[in-house]
Design a protein. Structure first.
Length: 287
């Protein structure tokens, strides 16, 4: 009963982000992460998946927490996947996903399920299990990884591209200090942004839970769960500085051509000290 209530709250309507306000809108930041995943083909996690496919599309794939399935439609359009089973607990997002698939002429490529995938007893059914920024919404990431491995056919591929930073988005002190210092040092360009980067507190953690119970309840446990069930380590991409303040400098490259490179260098430095927000993994189940 409690899980159904949490799913209902978590599956409310989502407001789309304003364009050119997020770090994801910056091609330099995207390339920084993509190059750590794969530099072949189209690069990033799609390139890594194409490399793993050996030129043959994955016939049956599953995506858990698929949202509006933007990434999944992209994989179908690129000829990397023939068919997806999509699992999502938000009726609103399922409706959007169906409409967008129909608009793209891809309705036959998707079966949408308004259900919790982890409650389904699925054994060795899929050639590809895909987690795109959804695993960190799971209330039990160890169970999610166990389910993923069990759902894969022998020889199938598990791909994880996830937020693995502090739970409930409660930033660590060193991350906050570093991000605020960078913004303060560039205040003339970015304006009065430093105060908008705030360290996590028990009160802010509780507020985040009330806002969205599914937001990163066990995000920090994902690397260990992935290693436990695959025997391999996630590739740690970094992202702590970029995640906290990259959006403030998106679009400012004309005023300062070096500002993004300087933030990336700072992000890499913090990553090497053990502070990161994003991880990537691609694992093939033994045949």
């Amino acid at each position: 009963m409690l899980k159904r209530i949490l799913h209902k709250i978590s599956g409310r309507k989502w407001k789309p982000a304003k364009p050119n306000r997020r770090w994801q809108d910056n091609p330099q930041f995207l390339k920084y992460f993509d190059d750590q995943c794969c530099t072949e083909f189209e690069g990033g996690w799609p390139g890594a998946l194409r490399k793993a496919s050996g030129g043959t599309p994955f016939k049956n794939a599953v995506s858990v927490g698929s949202g509006t399935a933007y990434g999944e439609r992209d994989l179908v359009a690129k000829g990397l996947v023939d068919h997806f089973d999509l699992y999502e607990v938000s009726a609103d997002r399922i409706a959007q996903s169906r409409a967008l698939a129909a608009e793209a002429g891809m309705s036959d490529n998707f079966d949408e399920h308004l259900a919790d995938a982890l409650e389904q007893d699925i054994v060795e059914r899929f050639d590809l299990v895909l987690w795109l920024a959804a695993l960190h919404h799971m209330f039990d990431v160890d169970r999610a990884m166990e389910w993923s491995v069990r759902a894969l056919k022998p020889g199938g591929v598990l791909l994880v591209s996830e937020y693995v930073g502090p739970p409930r988005l409660q930033w660590h002190a060193i991350e906050t200090r570093t991000a605020r210092r960078f913004l303060a040092d560039n205040r003339e360009l970015v304006g009065s942004a430093p105060g908008r980067v705030r360290r996590g507190t028990p009160f802010r953690r509780f507020k985040q839970f009330l806002r969205d119970p599914s937001e990163a309840p066990q995000s920090d446990l994902i690397p260990a769960a992935y290693e436990k069930h695959t025997g391999e380590k996630l590739t740690i991409l970094g992202g702590s500085v970029i995640h906290l303040c990259g959006g403030f400098i998106t679009g400012l490259e004309k005023q300062d051509p070096t500002i993004h490179d300087r933030m990336i260098a700072l992000d890499r430095q913090l990553r090497d000290q053990g502070h990161y927000h994003f991880g990537f993994g691609l694992w093939r189940k033994p045949a």
